[in-house]
Design a protein around this ligand. Sequence first.
Ligand code: SAH
Ligand code: MG
Length: 215
Amino acid sequence: MKQANYFEGDVVALVRELYAAEDDALSGARERADAAGLPMIEIAPEDGALLQLLVRLVAPRVVVEVGTLFGYSAIWMARALTPGAELFTAEADEHHATVARANVEAAGLADRVTIVTGRAPESLTGLPDPVDMVFVDADKTGYPSYLEWARRRLRPGGLFLADNAFQKGAVADPHGDAAVAVRGMLDMLATDAAWSAAMLPTLEGMAIAIRTDAG
Ligand code: SAH
Ligand code: MG
């Protein structure tokens, strides 16, 4: 099945220019991370703008991110937090966490962003309960366990998001641990009454779901 997809090339560039222009804190965060040898696997700018809008919409008190890297997505989201609201972002790699801390500090967001070092989901046990919004963007084999954590900890009406949901197209016929795990998460979102789910067809695919009051 071949369908037209207009979100590419000049259209992506236009969307970035209109809605996702980076300021010095965002571009500087990437430059510092590149210089420190971190992988450049952050979300796309338009994903950042989308997450930021969703934070404004939900007006959460507590947001949890799984997978900080150098803090790029965290900066986009944290900027939309209302006074007193907090973002907790989990990062397993100490070096990534150190770079992210410097970037969050440089962005002037250290008062509302806490980087939680250690492997999720185990590292998430001490966080506030319940949470209002969860964004998952870490190791793909962990996605089912992050969904399970979010199911327990999101309040009814809370928002769940997971990046790289298309696995470069592999989710339709998954082979390999990562694609099989992400597909497992997508199937769970579809079949479990605890979720009301859809898909944001970004470049990489962003699963989006609301925690219902079932289960
Ligand atoms: N959300 C970031 C990109 C995250 S990249 C952004 O868009 O800016 C994925 C990150 O998840 C990496 O830094 C990796 O070290 C981290 N990671 C992988 N497995 C993890 C785990 N079990 N717990 C916490 N972080 C993990
Ligand atoms: Mg990602």
